[in-house]
Design a protein around this ligand. Structure first.
Ligand SMILES: [Zn+2]
Length: 178
């Protein structure tokens, strides 16, 4: 069966104030009124199938988080799209180079981006328990901490501690002998 491969560009950069990609921003959304206000300022009003209030927004965010963690299954991403593209509406633009799709709802775009990055093995959760925005896209398969300074430092301390626990005794007794 022949198929035509096309590349789709989801248009999400509506607001230059957004410092991180939409799906990262959404996954890290805190359950505070100020946070949701800032979020909708960056990305526009959010209408979800559960409504447009804060509760509904957090419900969708929690679904996104479980998808981020891979709890919704990794091989069945096609089936995931069912509820996500329910009542699908989009504006579509075509140029010689590419096809651009802007979904009617911001949260739908966030899900598509999340699923794509999870299938690429890039969705990760920062292991610093104090991390204020733990959902991040890792650059290396083994990356356990996000790019924030305090988290990198925390990671370095953990690695040093691990090394000391494993080799500390040998090192100390080697020093005593000298
Ligand atoms: Zn972090």
């Amino acid at each position: 069966m022949a198929s035509t491969q096309i590349t789709v560009h989801l248009w999400t950069e509506r607001n230059p104030r957004a410092k991180v990609p939409l799906h990262v921003d959404f996954a890290n959304l805190r359950s505070e009124p100020e946070a949701t206000q800032a979020f909708t300022k960056r990305w526009g009003p959010i209408q979800t199938p559960a409504g447009d209030g804060e509760e509904a927004l957090f419900l969708i965010r929690d679904m996104l988080r479980s998808d981020w963690r891979g709890e919704r299954g990794t091989k069945e991403s096609r089936r995931h799209l069912g509820p996500i593209i329910h009542a699908f509406s989009a504006s579509i633009g075509v140029t010689a180079e590419r096809i651009e799709i802007e979904l009617g709802q911001v949260w739908q775009t966030a899900f598509l981006l999340c699923i794509r990055d999870r299938l690429r093995g890039k969705t990760a959760i920062c292991e610093n328990p104090e991390c204020p925005a733990p959902y991040f896209l890792r650059k290396r398969k083994t990356q356990k901490f996000c790019e924030a300074g305090p988290c990198k430092n925390y990671g370095a301390r953990q690695r040093r501690k691990k090394w000391r626990d494993a080799h500390g005794n040998e090192w100390r007794s080697a020093r005593k002998q000298r």
